[in-house]
Design a protein around this ligand. Structure first.
Ligand code: IVH
Length: 668
């Protein structure tokens, strides 16, 4: 009998069974077999594949976690169609006004408009590409045009099918949200804390941080989940409505949210929005609103898009959650740039299932405005689910408001406040509290991303006198780390490896990590794109810096001041000699029709601002220039063009109208 049942078929049958049970368990929440029976099938498949490695295919359920680690940054990939965003609304009136616009766009015909309302999952969007029904690649949204290739990390998410069910040859790009359940988020934060690593502020950050891990094994440990909400393309299937698309996705093995409602009219929509708002805490995952979509694809097509979002959909954002509690004390924190911020310690209170014991108070003007002091009962709010803030006094139990300090709580030097500034600053460059915060920023996820190097580790190393500049991080030895609490061989080795890995971070991350005043991650990326290596940035003149769009005079001065410091330059040289990368990898835009082409814009474009157009050109490998010459490849002409248009005609430069320009940038 065995001979009549070839190994390859045995393997494929086992895979089919496992996929079916995965589907029942992860998508329908309705398993048919016990974990024990499932494990038996899985082990059987593992054994057969181990004995017959030639039959292993990437879409096998055993192939979720690969051993390949991304060495520097994720590869950039262009989306088949842009991944757009949603317009937000904050009240039912906004939703009703949107409904009026929808009707107007449909020419006020008496056609019924059917809507579909879905919870707005608080995660991050990802696109999944399937060829012949097998998962082949996946990406983050990125800037909507380009995302990052996170295929290996997405593969580890258990409810993302690696092979679609009931269909052998589908080609599609499915989009949805990667998120983490509230319970798994809590567990993850508890375990991070146990290991001395900084907690994630909210489930969205946890999902994003976990998905962007260089090592898929770490992502696999993070218990991420996925829900479908849209698509880039689905080939060869006729679908008329979004609800049909979701049903179709559910049938082929994708997880779909349960609390979705097709509504016959706008009243049903607003009732369901209220229902979701009141019941959001009962869902196992965090939602920050609901999305209302026109259900019919023909109507969607008529209504159309702006350049950022579909006009046939709107996000209704829930109001922030509030609670009342007592203000126990106000702690003064010194930031990395010397700004002193008041932080409130509260009597612990439950807010949306989380215990809150701290809140921000922003600055001392805010304290005066709120007329708040220690002992008052205060109303707190969680907006965007990050750190809560105090929004008003509920009961005044104290006199007046908490006064700003005269001396730095860390180094005791005099506090300075510029007249036109709201901030109180410690201006002592050697203030230990500032250096501590700078270190914490340097190692953080969005900067050099040194895993396992949390605040607790920083504090211990400072105590041991091991850190005096950023460069000292790269001089730490295994023996230094073995001196730290709870550090054994494995943990020390892991941290040493994470420090070594961080040397490969691209220049944009290094610029951000250096903590130049006013330079956030976006401006750091722009500077890295423009200068490509740190030496060019260091030697950039004021004029060069000012000529960069988006880098205003305040940022320019801050960059010049930062690199004028001898100590800073010495430290950067030291970072280099310790092997820290100071270059920006080039984006692969060689396949782009804009690659190395020079563009000039004249006149107003109706769907793009000039800045947007410039950004698109440079992100696709093109160059932007302000004047027309023989070297110009294209002149893009909008409404009321200037003399550049005549010059282009005279020189015979190719002229594109807005439609042609958009066709060019959308060409693959
Ligand atoms: S539809 C054109 N449906 O919200 C965009 N998006 O703020 C189509 N999101 O980028 C997306 N839940 O990442 C859609 N049920 C849902 C969603 C959802 C969360 C995210 C999505 C989008 C962002 C816009």
């Amino acid at each position: 009998m065995e001979q009549e049942y070839p190994i390859e078929k045995q393997i494929e049958d086992l895979r089919k069974q496992i996929r079916h049970h995965d589907y029942l368990y992860y998508c329908l929440d309705n398993p048919e077999i016990s974990d024990f029976e499932y494990d038996k099938l899985f082990k059987q498949l593992q054994k057969l594949e181990k004995d017959n490695p030639l039959f292993i295919t990437p879409d096998s359920p055993t192939q979720r976690v690969s051993g390949s680690v991304v060495s520097s940054s994720f590869k950039q990939v262009k989306h088949s169609t842009p991944m757009l965003s949603l317009d937000n609304s904050y009240s039912i009136e906004d939703v009703l006004a949107w409904n009026d616009r929808v009707k107007k766009n449909l020419n006020n015909t008496n056609d019924c408009v059917e809507f579909i309302v879905e919870p707005k999952i608080d995660g991050l969007s990802a696109s999944l590409t399937y060829i012949n029904s097998s998962f082949v690649s996946g990406a983050t949204r990125g800037d909507g045009e380009y995302g990052e290739d996170i295929t290996e990390n997405l593969r580890t998410i258990k409810n993302i099918p690696l092979k679609l069910l009931n269909n052998e040859s589908l080609l599609c790009e499915i989009r949805g949200e990667v998120y983490i359940n509230k319970k798994d988020f809590q567990q993850l934060n508890d375990s991070l804390l146990d290991n001395g690593v900084t907690k994630f502020a909210n489930p969205r950050n946890a999902a994003a941080g976990s998905l962007r891990q260089k090592n898929p094994k770490i992502t696999a440990e993070r218990k991420l989940s996925f829900f479908v909400h849209s698509f880039g393309q689905v080939q060869g299937i006729e679908l008329n409505k979004h609800s049909d698309f979701l049903n179709f996705c559910s049938k082929i093995g994708f997880p779909i949210q349960k609390d979705i409602k097709v509504c016959k009219n706008i009243k049903e929509v607003t009732d369901f929005l209220m229902y979701l708002q009141e019941n959001r805490d009962n869902l196992p995952y965090e939602i920050d609103g609901a999305v209302v979509k026109v259900n019919d694809y023909k109507q969607q097509k008529i209504i159309g898009f702006t350049n950022k979002s579909p006009k046939w959909a709107i996000a209704y954002k829930f109001p922030a959650r509030q609670a009342t509690t007592k203000l126990l004390s106000i702690e003064l924190q010194v930031g990395r740039t010397g700004v002193i911020t008041p932080k409130a310690t509260l009597s612990p209170v439950q807010l949306s299932g989380v215990t809150i014991s701290n809140a921000t108070l922003h600055n001392f003007d805010e304290i005066e405005r709120l007329n708040v002091n220690i002992g008052d009962d205060v109303v707190i709010e969680r907006a965007g689910e990050v750190i809560p803030k105090i929004i008003k006094v509920a009961t005044k139990n104290s006199e007046g408001y908490f006064l700003p300090p005269l001396y730095c709580p860390s180094c005791k030097s005099h506090i300075v406040k510029e007249e036109d500034d709201v901030y109180y600053n410690c201006v002592n460059p050697s203030c230990p509290a500032q250096f501590r915060r700078s270190l914490i920023h340097f190692i953080s996820r969005d900067a050099m991303n040194i895993d396992g190097f949390g605040e607790v580790v920083v504090d211990q190393l400072l105590k041991l006198n091991k850190l005096h500049t950023f460069a000292d991080i790269y001089k730490l030895t295994f023996d230094d780390l073995m001196l730290l609490d709870l550090f054994k061989e494995k943990k020390a080795n892991n941290l040493i490896q994470a420090i070594i890995d961080s040397k490969k971070q691209p220049l944009s991350k290094l610029i951000f990590a250096l903590g130049i005043r006013h330079i956030g991650d976006k401006s750091a990326q722009i500077l890295a794109n423009v200068f490509q290596n740190i030496d060019k940035l260091i030697s950039a003149t004021k004029e060069e810096l000012l000529s960069i769009n988006e880098i205003g005079p305040i940022l320019v001065q801050s960059i010049l001041d930062f690199f004028a410091n001898e100590q800073t330059l010495k430290m950067i040289e030291e970072l280099k000699s310790l092997g820290v990368n100071t270059m920006e990898p080039e984006k692969d835009t060689s396949f782009s029709p804009l690659s190395n082409k020079t563009f000039v814009l004249t006149g107003e474009l109706s769907t793009l601002t000039r800045k947007d157009a410039e950004n698109i050109i440079s992100s696709l490998g093109g160059k932007y220039s302000s004047s027309v010459s023989k070297k110009t490849d294209y002149v893009v002409v909008g409404e009321n063009p200037g003399s550049k248009y005549q010059k282009a005609v005279k020189l015979g430069v190719k002229i594109l109208n807005e439609k042609e320009f958009k066709e060019l940038i959308n060409a693959k």
